[in-house]
Write a protein that binds this ligand. Structure first.
Ligand code: TNX
Length: 516
Protein backbone atom coordinates (compact mmCIF):
# COMPACT_ATOMS: atom_id res chain seq x y z
CA UNK A 1 0.00 0.00 0.00
CA UNK A 2 2.80 2.34 1.01
CA UNK A 3 4.72 1.36 -2.12
CA UNK A 4 1.69 2.08 -4.24
CA UNK A 5 1.14 5.56 -2.86
CA UNK A 6 4.84 6.30 -3.24
CA UNK A 7 4.68 5.40 -6.91
CA UNK A 8 1.44 7.34 -7.33
CA UNK A 9 3.10 10.30 -5.64
CA UNK A 10 6.10 10.13 -7.96
CA UNK A 11 3.84 9.94 -10.99
CA UNK A 12 1.92 12.99 -9.77
CA UNK A 13 5.18 14.87 -9.23
CA UNK A 14 6.32 13.94 -12.70
CA UNK A 15 3.04 15.20 -14.19
CA UNK A 16 3.32 18.45 -12.22
CA UNK A 17 6.90 18.98 -13.35
CA UNK A 18 5.90 18.32 -16.94
CA UNK A 19 3.20 20.95 -16.65
CA UNK A 20 5.67 23.43 -15.18
CA UNK A 21 8.57 22.81 -17.50
CA UNK A 22 8.45 25.25 -20.41
CA UNK A 23 8.34 23.77 -23.88
CA UNK A 24 10.89 24.87 -26.46
CA UNK A 25 10.85 28.51 -27.53
CA UNK A 26 9.51 27.63 -30.97
CA UNK A 27 6.76 25.61 -29.30
CA UNK A 28 5.21 28.68 -27.66
CA UNK A 29 2.12 30.04 -29.39
CA UNK A 30 2.75 33.65 -30.34
CA UNK A 31 0.36 35.95 -32.19
CA UNK A 32 1.33 37.47 -34.53
CA UNK A 33 3.72 34.82 -35.75
CA UNK A 34 7.34 35.97 -35.60
CA UNK A 35 9.55 35.88 -38.69
CA UNK A 36 12.08 33.52 -37.14
CA UNK A 37 12.46 31.58 -33.91
CA UNK A 38 15.50 29.49 -32.99
CA UNK A 39 15.36 27.27 -29.93
CA UNK A 40 18.37 26.47 -27.80
CA UNK A 41 18.79 24.44 -24.61
CA UNK A 42 17.91 25.70 -21.17
CA UNK A 43 15.64 28.43 -19.99
CA UNK A 44 15.61 31.88 -18.43
CA UNK A 45 13.99 32.44 -15.03
CA UNK A 46 12.70 35.77 -13.86
CA UNK A 47 13.23 36.00 -10.08
CA UNK A 48 12.67 38.40 -7.23
CA UNK A 49 16.22 39.66 -7.83
CA UNK A 50 15.77 40.37 -11.54
CA UNK A 51 16.40 43.88 -12.77
CA UNK A 52 15.34 45.55 -16.00
CA UNK A 53 18.26 47.52 -17.37
CA UNK A 54 18.36 49.96 -20.25
CA UNK A 55 21.32 51.35 -22.13
CA UNK A 56 22.69 54.85 -22.63
CA UNK A 57 20.62 56.56 -19.95
CA UNK A 58 18.02 56.84 -22.73
CA UNK A 59 14.79 58.37 -21.39
CA UNK A 60 12.53 56.60 -23.87
CA UNK A 61 14.16 53.26 -23.06
CA UNK A 62 13.63 53.97 -19.38
CA UNK A 63 9.94 54.59 -20.09
CA UNK A 64 9.76 51.28 -21.96
CA UNK A 65 11.59 49.52 -19.14
CA UNK A 66 9.01 50.92 -16.71
CA UNK A 67 6.23 49.83 -19.07
CA UNK A 68 7.58 46.28 -19.09
CA UNK A 69 8.08 46.25 -15.33
CA UNK A 70 4.50 47.43 -14.77
CA UNK A 71 3.24 44.53 -16.88
CA UNK A 72 5.33 41.95 -14.98
CA UNK A 73 5.08 43.19 -11.38
CA UNK A 74 1.49 42.39 -10.39
CA UNK A 75 1.53 38.67 -11.21
CA UNK A 76 5.13 37.99 -10.18
CA UNK A 77 5.10 40.16 -7.10
CA UNK A 78 8.75 40.99 -7.91
CA UNK A 79 10.17 44.49 -7.43
CA UNK A 80 11.82 44.53 -10.90
CA UNK A 81 13.84 47.68 -10.50
CA UNK A 82 14.43 49.59 -13.74
CA UNK A 83 17.91 51.07 -13.96
CA UNK A 84 20.58 52.11 -16.48
CA UNK A 85 22.94 49.33 -17.56
CA UNK A 86 25.84 49.21 -15.12
CA UNK A 87 29.17 47.46 -15.22
CA UNK A 88 27.87 44.56 -13.14
CA UNK A 89 25.52 42.23 -15.03
CA UNK A 90 23.19 40.55 -12.59
CA UNK A 91 21.95 37.08 -13.39
CA UNK A 92 18.27 37.14 -14.21
CA UNK A 93 18.25 40.55 -15.87
CA UNK A 94 16.25 41.71 -18.82
CA UNK A 95 18.20 44.31 -20.76
CA UNK A 96 16.83 46.60 -23.45
CA UNK A 97 18.98 48.56 -25.84
CA UNK A 98 18.98 50.27 -29.23
CA UNK A 99 21.35 49.28 -32.01
CA UNK A 100 21.21 50.05 -35.72
CA UNK A 101 23.09 46.85 -36.55
CA UNK A 102 20.43 44.88 -38.42
CA UNK A 103 18.79 47.07 -41.08
CA UNK A 104 16.20 44.41 -41.94
CA UNK A 105 14.60 44.95 -38.54
CA UNK A 106 13.35 48.33 -39.78
CA UNK A 107 11.62 50.74 -37.42
CA UNK A 108 9.40 48.14 -35.74
CA UNK A 109 11.45 44.96 -35.64
CA UNK A 110 13.44 43.55 -32.74
CA UNK A 111 15.87 40.84 -31.76
CA UNK A 112 15.10 38.98 -28.57
CA UNK A 113 17.77 36.69 -27.18
CA UNK A 114 16.85 34.46 -24.27
CA UNK A 115 19.74 32.83 -22.41
CA UNK A 116 19.71 30.97 -19.14
CA UNK A 117 21.17 33.97 -17.31
CA UNK A 118 19.56 36.90 -19.11
CA UNK A 119 17.22 38.25 -21.78
CA UNK A 120 18.47 40.84 -24.26
CA UNK A 121 15.99 42.86 -26.26
CA UNK A 122 17.54 44.92 -29.04
CA UNK A 123 15.88 47.09 -31.68
CA UNK A 124 16.77 49.94 -34.00
CA UNK A 125 13.93 52.13 -32.72
CA UNK A 126 11.84 52.34 -29.53
CA UNK A 127 8.82 51.01 -31.47
CA UNK A 128 10.79 47.80 -32.02
CA UNK A 129 11.49 47.52 -28.31
CA UNK A 130 7.79 47.97 -27.64
CA UNK A 131 6.94 45.13 -30.04
CA UNK A 132 9.59 42.94 -28.44
CA UNK A 133 7.99 43.63 -25.05
CA UNK A 134 4.65 42.34 -26.40
CA UNK A 135 6.40 39.15 -27.51
CA UNK A 136 8.05 38.81 -24.11
CA UNK A 137 4.64 39.10 -22.41
CA UNK A 138 3.34 36.24 -24.52
CA UNK A 139 6.44 34.12 -23.82
CA UNK A 140 5.78 34.11 -20.08
CA UNK A 141 3.03 31.82 -18.76
CA UNK A 142 -0.43 33.31 -19.37
CA UNK A 143 -0.80 34.01 -15.66
CA UNK A 144 1.62 36.89 -16.18
CA UNK A 145 -1.54 38.83 -17.12
CA UNK A 146 -2.99 38.36 -13.62
CA UNK A 147 -3.42 41.46 -11.53
CA UNK A 148 -2.56 39.69 -8.26
CA UNK A 149 0.53 37.72 -7.19
CA UNK A 150 0.68 34.17 -8.55
CA UNK A 151 2.98 31.36 -7.51
CA UNK A 152 4.04 30.33 -11.03
CA UNK A 153 7.61 29.78 -12.19
CA UNK A 154 8.35 32.67 -14.53
CA UNK A 155 10.43 30.81 -17.07
CA UNK A 156 11.04 31.22 -20.78
CA UNK A 157 12.77 28.58 -22.91
CA UNK A 158 16.09 29.76 -24.36
CA UNK A 159 16.59 30.80 -27.95
CA UNK A 160 16.35 33.75 -30.28
CA UNK A 161 13.50 35.57 -32.00
CA UNK A 162 14.26 37.89 -34.88
CA UNK A 163 11.16 39.64 -35.97
CA UNK A 164 9.73 42.46 -38.08
CA UNK A 165 6.37 43.23 -39.74
CA UNK A 166 5.25 42.54 -43.29
CA UNK A 167 3.13 45.72 -43.46
CA UNK A 168 3.81 49.12 -41.88
CA UNK A 169 0.09 49.85 -41.40
CA UNK A 170 -1.73 47.44 -39.09
CA UNK A 171 -4.98 48.95 -37.93
CA UNK A 172 -8.20 48.57 -36.04
CA UNK A 173 -11.16 50.90 -36.51
CA UNK A 174 -13.70 51.71 -33.84
CA UNK A 175 -17.03 53.35 -34.69
CA UNK A 176 -17.77 55.63 -31.73
CA UNK A 177 -20.51 57.42 -33.68
CA UNK A 178 -23.33 54.84 -33.86
CA UNK A 179 -22.84 54.07 -30.19
CA UNK A 180 -20.59 56.25 -28.11
CA UNK A 181 -17.82 54.65 -26.08
CA UNK A 182 -16.14 56.24 -23.07
CA UNK A 183 -12.43 57.02 -22.99
CA UNK A 184 -11.82 54.08 -20.64
CA UNK A 185 -13.21 51.67 -23.25
CA UNK A 186 -11.10 53.21 -25.99
CA UNK A 187 -8.00 52.89 -23.81
CA UNK A 188 -8.76 49.25 -23.14
CA UNK A 189 -9.14 48.64 -26.89
CA UNK A 190 -5.79 50.37 -27.44
CA UNK A 191 -4.13 48.10 -24.87
CA UNK A 192 -5.63 45.01 -26.44
CA UNK A 193 -4.64 45.84 -30.01
CA UNK A 194 -1.13 46.78 -28.82
CA UNK A 195 -0.66 43.28 -27.38
CA UNK A 196 -1.02 41.95 -30.93
CA UNK A 197 1.33 44.57 -32.40
CA UNK A 198 -1.24 46.69 -34.20
CA UNK A 199 -0.08 50.27 -34.67
CA UNK A 200 -3.11 52.21 -35.95
CA UNK A 201 -6.37 53.14 -34.24
CA UNK A 202 -8.82 54.63 -36.71
CA UNK A 203 -11.64 56.44 -34.88
CA UNK A 204 -14.87 56.89 -36.84
CA UNK A 205 -15.86 60.13 -35.10
CA UNK A 206 -18.97 61.24 -36.97
CA UNK A 207 -21.93 59.67 -38.67
CA UNK A 208 -25.67 60.15 -39.13
CA UNK A 209 -26.36 59.18 -35.53
CA UNK A 210 -23.75 61.23 -33.74
CA UNK A 211 -20.88 63.74 -33.81
CA UNK A 212 -18.28 62.74 -31.22
CA UNK A 213 -15.49 65.34 -31.22
CA UNK A 214 -15.65 68.89 -29.88
CA UNK A 215 -15.20 71.55 -32.56
CA UNK A 216 -14.86 74.93 -30.88
CA UNK A 217 -16.03 77.01 -33.85
CA UNK A 218 -19.13 74.82 -34.35
CA UNK A 219 -20.27 73.93 -30.82
CA UNK A 220 -23.71 72.61 -31.75
CA UNK A 221 -22.06 69.68 -33.54
CA UNK A 222 -21.63 68.09 -30.13
CA UNK A 223 -24.32 69.80 -28.01
CA UNK A 224 -26.98 68.85 -30.58
CA UNK A 225 -25.30 66.38 -32.93
CA UNK A 226 -23.60 64.42 -30.17
CA UNK A 227 -26.58 64.17 -27.85
CA UNK A 228 -28.03 60.82 -28.95
CA UNK A 229 -26.98 57.46 -30.34
CA UNK A 230 -28.52 54.49 -32.13
CA UNK A 231 -31.68 53.41 -30.32
CA UNK A 232 -32.31 56.92 -28.97
CA UNK A 233 -30.18 56.65 -25.82
CA UNK A 234 -27.88 59.35 -24.53
CA UNK A 235 -24.84 59.88 -26.77
CA UNK A 236 -21.67 61.71 -25.83
CA UNK A 237 -18.50 63.17 -27.29
CA UNK A 238 -14.83 63.70 -26.54
CA UNK A 239 -13.69 67.20 -25.65
CA UNK A 240 -10.50 68.18 -27.45
CA UNK A 241 -8.65 67.59 -24.17
CA UNK A 242 -10.09 64.08 -23.89
CA UNK A 243 -9.22 63.39 -27.52
CA UNK A 244 -5.63 64.43 -26.77
CA UNK A 245 -5.67 62.07 -23.81
CA UNK A 246 -6.59 59.21 -26.17
CA UNK A 247 -3.90 60.28 -28.65
CA UNK A 248 -1.25 60.37 -25.92
CA UNK A 249 -2.30 57.02 -24.48
CA UNK A 250 -2.07 55.50 -27.96
CA UNK A 251 1.24 57.23 -28.75
CA UNK A 252 2.80 55.81 -25.57
CA UNK A 253 2.00 52.41 -27.15
CA UNK A 254 3.30 53.38 -30.62
CA UNK A 255 -0.22 53.55 -31.98
CA UNK A 256 -1.15 56.37 -34.35
CA UNK A 257 -4.72 57.64 -34.10
CA UNK A 258 -6.47 58.41 -37.38
CA UNK A 259 -9.52 60.62 -36.92
CA UNK A 260 -12.31 60.17 -39.47
CA UNK A 261 -14.94 62.76 -40.24
CA UNK A 262 -17.17 61.04 -42.78
CA UNK A 263 -18.51 63.18 -45.68
CA UNK A 264 -20.40 64.18 -47.78
CA UNK A 265 -22.74 61.33 -46.72
CA UNK A 266 -23.10 59.94 -43.18
CA UNK A 267 -23.54 63.55 -42.01
CA UNK A 268 -27.02 63.75 -40.52
CA UNK A 269 -25.69 64.66 -37.06
CA UNK A 270 -24.04 67.77 -38.56
CA UNK A 271 -27.06 68.55 -40.75
CA UNK A 272 -29.32 68.42 -37.69
CA UNK A 273 -27.01 70.75 -35.78
CA UNK A 274 -26.65 73.51 -38.40
CA UNK A 275 -29.43 74.35 -40.90
CA UNK A 276 -26.96 76.23 -43.14
CA UNK A 277 -25.20 72.98 -44.07
CA UNK A 278 -28.39 71.81 -45.81
CA UNK A 279 -29.21 72.91 -49.37
CA UNK A 280 -32.73 73.95 -48.19
CA UNK A 281 -31.46 75.71 -45.05
CA UNK A 282 -33.62 73.44 -42.89
CA UNK A 283 -32.01 71.45 -40.13
CA UNK A 284 -32.85 67.76 -40.31
CA UNK A 285 -34.14 65.81 -37.32
CA UNK A 286 -31.67 63.86 -35.20
CA UNK A 287 -31.51 60.25 -36.35
CA UNK A 288 -31.19 57.15 -34.19
CA UNK A 289 -31.91 54.37 -36.69
CA UNK A 290 -29.39 52.29 -38.63
CA UNK A 291 -30.10 53.02 -42.28
CA UNK A 292 -27.17 54.31 -44.34
CA UNK A 293 -26.80 56.53 -47.40
CA UNK A 294 -29.61 59.10 -46.94
CA UNK A 295 -27.71 62.26 -45.91
CA UNK A 296 -25.41 64.70 -47.70
CA UNK A 297 -23.70 67.97 -46.95
CA UNK A 298 -24.75 70.60 -49.49
CA UNK A 299 -21.85 70.34 -51.93
CA UNK A 300 -22.76 73.59 -53.73
CA UNK A 301 -22.55 76.00 -50.79
CA UNK A 302 -19.33 77.86 -49.91
CA UNK A 303 -20.25 77.57 -46.18
CA UNK A 304 -19.86 73.78 -46.48
CA UNK A 305 -16.17 74.19 -47.36
CA UNK A 306 -15.68 76.77 -44.60
CA UNK A 307 -17.20 74.24 -42.21
CA UNK A 308 -14.89 71.46 -43.42
CA UNK A 309 -11.82 73.71 -43.22
CA UNK A 310 -12.74 74.67 -39.65
CA UNK A 311 -13.42 71.09 -38.57
CA UNK A 312 -10.29 69.59 -40.12
CA UNK A 313 -8.26 72.65 -39.06
CA UNK A 314 -9.11 72.09 -35.40
CA UNK A 315 -8.65 68.34 -35.63
CA UNK A 316 -5.35 68.62 -37.50
CA UNK A 317 -4.01 70.97 -34.83
CA UNK A 318 -4.51 68.32 -32.13
CA UNK A 319 -3.59 65.27 -34.21
CA UNK A 320 0.16 64.56 -34.33
CA UNK A 321 -0.28 61.64 -36.75
CA UNK A 322 0.10 62.25 -40.48
CA UNK A 323 -3.40 61.19 -41.61
CA UNK A 324 -6.92 62.61 -41.76
CA UNK A 325 -9.68 60.26 -42.91
CA UNK A 326 -12.40 61.97 -44.96
CA UNK A 327 -14.83 59.04 -45.22
CA UNK A 328 -16.48 59.41 -48.61
CA UNK A 329 -18.45 56.13 -48.48
CA UNK A 330 -22.06 55.42 -49.37
CA UNK A 331 -22.90 58.95 -50.51
CA UNK A 332 -25.98 57.60 -52.25
CA UNK A 333 -27.87 60.89 -52.32
CA UNK A 334 -24.93 62.97 -53.62
CA UNK A 335 -24.88 63.00 -57.43
CA UNK A 336 -21.59 61.71 -58.88
CA UNK A 337 -21.05 65.05 -60.66
CA UNK A 338 -21.23 66.73 -57.24
CA UNK A 339 -19.35 64.02 -55.34
CA UNK A 340 -16.17 64.17 -57.45
CA UNK A 341 -15.49 67.93 -57.17
CA UNK A 342 -16.47 67.77 -53.48
CA UNK A 343 -13.90 65.08 -52.70
CA UNK A 344 -11.32 67.00 -54.72
CA UNK A 345 -11.98 70.15 -52.67
CA UNK A 346 -11.82 68.27 -49.37
CA UNK A 347 -8.49 66.73 -50.36
CA UNK A 348 -7.16 70.23 -51.07
CA UNK A 349 -8.21 71.31 -47.58
CA UNK A 350 -6.54 68.33 -45.92
CA UNK A 351 -3.32 68.67 -47.91
CA UNK A 352 -3.13 72.41 -47.08
CA UNK A 353 -3.22 71.41 -43.42
CA UNK A 354 -0.12 69.31 -44.03
CA UNK A 355 -1.96 66.01 -43.65
CA UNK A 356 -2.28 62.93 -45.82
CA UNK A 357 -5.75 61.95 -47.08
CA UNK A 358 -7.39 58.61 -46.42
CA UNK A 359 -10.87 57.81 -47.72
CA UNK A 360 -13.07 54.76 -48.28
CA UNK A 361 -12.66 53.16 -51.71
CA UNK A 362 -15.25 55.41 -53.39
CA UNK A 363 -12.86 58.39 -53.22
CA UNK A 364 -10.85 56.73 -56.01
CA UNK A 365 -13.52 58.18 -58.35
CA UNK A 366 -12.07 61.65 -57.70
CA UNK A 367 -8.63 63.02 -58.67
CA UNK A 368 -6.46 61.57 -55.94
CA UNK A 369 -3.55 63.36 -54.34
CA UNK A 370 -0.28 61.52 -54.93
CA UNK A 371 0.11 60.17 -51.37
CA UNK A 372 -3.55 59.47 -50.60
CA UNK A 373 -4.63 56.10 -49.24
CA UNK A 374 -7.76 54.40 -50.51
CA UNK A 375 -9.37 52.06 -48.00
CA UNK A 376 -10.80 49.04 -49.80
CA UNK A 377 -13.96 47.80 -48.10
CA UNK A 378 -16.50 46.90 -50.80
CA UNK A 379 -15.67 47.69 -54.43
CA UNK A 380 -12.48 46.08 -55.71
CA UNK A 381 -12.88 48.13 -58.89
CA UNK A 382 -12.57 51.35 -56.92
CA UNK A 383 -9.49 50.14 -55.10
CA UNK A 384 -7.83 49.13 -58.39
CA UNK A 385 -8.74 52.50 -59.86
CA UNK A 386 -7.06 54.10 -56.82
CA UNK A 387 -3.89 52.10 -57.48
CA UNK A 388 -3.93 53.19 -61.14
CA UNK A 389 -4.12 56.77 -59.91
CA UNK A 390 -1.02 56.19 -57.76
CA UNK A 391 -2.65 55.68 -54.36
CA UNK A 392 -1.80 53.00 -51.86
CA UNK A 393 -4.52 50.77 -50.54
CA UNK A 394 -5.52 49.86 -47.00
CA UNK A 395 -7.03 46.40 -47.19
CA UNK A 396 -10.27 46.11 -45.21
CA UNK A 397 -12.39 43.75 -47.32
CA UNK A 398 -15.74 43.42 -45.53
CA UNK A 399 -15.88 39.69 -46.36
CA UNK A 400 -12.79 39.05 -44.23
CA UNK A 401 -12.08 42.08 -42.07
CA UNK A 402 -15.41 43.42 -40.84
CA UNK A 403 -15.61 42.67 -37.15
CA UNK A 404 -19.29 43.64 -37.11
CA UNK A 405 -20.23 40.80 -39.46
CA UNK A 406 -21.84 37.90 -37.61
CA UNK A 407 -19.79 34.75 -37.12
CA UNK A 408 -22.69 32.54 -38.21
CA UNK A 409 -26.49 32.46 -38.23
CA UNK A 410 -26.63 32.04 -34.45
CA UNK A 411 -24.69 35.24 -33.63
CA UNK A 412 -27.10 37.70 -32.05
CA UNK A 413 -24.93 40.83 -32.34
CA UNK A 414 -23.79 42.28 -35.65
CA UNK A 415 -24.94 42.37 -39.26
CA UNK A 416 -24.55 40.00 -42.21
CA UNK A 417 -24.85 42.10 -45.35
CA UNK A 418 -21.40 40.83 -46.34
CA UNK A 419 -22.10 37.26 -45.27
CA UNK A 420 -20.94 35.46 -42.16
CA UNK A 421 -17.29 35.82 -41.19
CA UNK A 422 -16.12 32.88 -39.08
CA UNK A 423 -12.62 32.91 -37.62
CA UNK A 424 -11.10 31.01 -40.58
CA UNK A 425 -12.46 33.57 -43.02
CA UNK A 426 -10.85 36.46 -41.20
CA UNK A 427 -7.48 34.67 -41.16
CA UNK A 428 -7.43 32.82 -44.46
CA UNK A 429 -6.66 35.52 -47.01
CA UNK A 430 -3.62 37.29 -48.33
CA UNK A 431 -3.85 41.07 -48.89
CA UNK A 432 -1.25 40.85 -51.69
CA UNK A 433 -3.20 38.34 -53.80
CA UNK A 434 -6.84 38.99 -52.91
CA UNK A 435 -7.58 41.48 -55.68
CA UNK A 436 -6.22 41.26 -59.20
CA UNK A 437 -4.35 44.50 -59.89
CA UNK A 438 -3.37 45.11 -56.26
CA UNK A 439 -0.06 43.67 -55.13
CA UNK A 440 2.20 44.03 -52.12
CA UNK A 441 3.87 47.25 -53.28
CA UNK A 442 0.45 48.93 -53.68
CA UNK A 443 -0.62 48.08 -50.15
CA UNK A 444 -0.08 50.23 -47.06
CA UNK A 445 -1.44 47.52 -44.82
CA UNK A 446 -4.55 46.01 -43.30
CA UNK A 447 -7.30 47.28 -41.03
CA UNK A 448 -10.16 45.60 -39.18
CA UNK A 449 -13.16 47.95 -38.84
CA UNK A 450 -15.73 47.51 -36.10
CA UNK A 451 -19.04 49.26 -36.81
CA UNK A 452 -21.24 49.64 -33.80
CA UNK A 453 -24.86 49.83 -34.97
CA UNK A 454 -25.53 46.77 -32.78
CA UNK A 455 -22.69 47.09 -30.25
CA UNK A 456 -23.70 48.87 -27.06
CA UNK A 457 -21.10 47.86 -24.47
CA UNK A 458 -17.38 47.12 -24.35
CA UNK A 459 -18.29 43.52 -23.78
CA UNK A 460 -20.18 43.52 -27.14
CA UNK A 461 -17.13 45.01 -28.85
CA UNK A 462 -14.86 42.35 -27.39
CA UNK A 463 -17.18 39.52 -28.43
CA UNK A 464 -17.10 40.65 -32.06
CA UNK A 465 -13.42 41.65 -32.20
CA UNK A 466 -12.01 38.63 -30.40
CA UNK A 467 -10.70 36.43 -31.72
CA UNK A 468 -10.99 37.71 -35.33
CA UNK A 469 -8.85 40.77 -34.64
CA UNK A 470 -5.93 38.46 -33.85
CA UNK A 471 -6.18 36.95 -37.33
CA UNK A 472 -5.99 40.38 -38.95
CA UNK A 473 -3.09 41.31 -36.67
CA UNK A 474 -1.34 38.10 -37.75
CA UNK A 475 -1.90 38.90 -41.44
CA UNK A 476 -0.50 42.40 -41.02
CA UNK A 477 2.67 41.11 -39.40
CA UNK A 478 3.42 37.57 -40.62
CA UNK A 479 5.34 36.80 -43.74
CA UNK A 480 2.71 35.44 -46.18
CA UNK A 481 4.65 32.22 -46.77
CA UNK A 482 4.05 31.27 -43.14
CA UNK A 483 0.26 31.52 -43.39
CA UNK A 484 -1.25 28.19 -42.38
CA UNK A 485 -4.74 27.89 -40.94
CA UNK A 486 -4.15 24.50 -39.30
CA UNK A 487 -1.13 25.83 -37.49
CA UNK A 488 -2.79 29.17 -36.66
CA UNK A 489 -5.87 27.64 -35.08
CA UNK A 490 -3.67 25.82 -32.55
CA UNK A 491 -1.74 29.00 -31.85
CA UNK A 492 -5.03 30.82 -31.31
CA UNK A 493 -6.44 28.03 -29.16
CA UNK A 494 -3.42 28.37 -26.91
CA UNK A 495 -4.26 32.06 -26.32
CA UNK A 496 -7.42 31.07 -24.45
CA UNK A 497 -6.07 31.38 -20.92
CA UNK A 498 -4.46 34.74 -21.73
CA UNK A 499 -7.70 36.07 -23.23
CA UNK A 500 -9.58 34.87 -20.16
CA UNK A 501 -7.13 36.38 -17.70
CA UNK A 502 -7.35 39.65 -19.60
CA UNK A 503 -11.12 39.35 -19.01
CA UNK A 504 -11.83 39.55 -22.73
CA UNK A 505 -15.33 38.44 -23.64
CA UNK A 506 -14.23 36.44 -26.70
CA UNK A 507 -16.34 34.31 -29.03
CA UNK A 508 -15.45 30.66 -28.37
CA UNK A 509 -15.57 29.62 -32.03
CA UNK A 510 -16.08 25.88 -32.60
CA UNK A 511 -13.44 26.04 -35.32
CA UNK A 512 -10.71 26.52 -32.71
CA UNK A 513 -9.20 23.77 -30.53
CA UNK A 514 -9.28 25.93 -27.40
CA UNK A 515 -6.65 24.70 -24.95
CA UNK A 516 -7.82 23.77 -21.46
C1 TNX B 1 -20.95 50.01 -44.36
S1 TNX B 1 -18.06 50.27 -44.43
C2 TNX B 1 -20.52 51.23 -43.91
C3 TNX B 1 -20.82 51.67 -42.54
C4 TNX B 1 -21.70 50.68 -41.84
C5 TNX B 1 -21.20 49.29 -42.14
C6 TNX B 1 -21.92 48.23 -41.38
C7 TNX B 1 -18.39 51.65 -44.80
C8 TNX B 1 -17.34 52.43 -45.36
N1 TNX B 1 -19.66 52.04 -44.61
O1 TNX B 1 -21.45 52.93 -42.56
O2 TNX B 1 -21.62 50.94 -40.47
O3 TNX B 1 -21.36 49.05 -43.51
O4 TNX B 1 -21.31 47.01 -41.58
Amino acid sequence: MLKFSLIAGLVMLQITLMALAPTSLSGISLIPKPVSITSTDGHFSLTSKSIISYSNQDKELKRLGDFLAERLRPATGFALTVQPTGSKQIVGNISISLSSGDPLLGDEGYLLTIKSDRVNLIARKPAGIFNGIQTLRQLFPAKIECTTKQSDLWQIPAGEIRDFPEYAYRGAMLDVARHFFQIEDVKRYIDLIALYKMNILHLHLSDDQGWRIEIKKWPKLTSVGGSLQVGGGKGGFYTQEQYKEIINYAAARFIVVIPEIDMPGHTNAALASYPELNCNDQATALYTGTEVGFSSLCTKKPITYQFIADVFGEIASITPGPYLHIGGDESHVTKLEDYIPFVNMVQEIVVKLGKQVIGWDEIALSSLKPNSFVQYWAEAENAVLGVRKGAKVIMSPADNCYLDMQYDSTTTLGLHWSGFVEVDKSYNWDPATLVKGISKENIAGVEAPLWTETMVTMSDIEYMAFPRLLGIADIGWRSPSSANWNEYKIRLGNQKERLKLLKINFYPSKQIPWAD
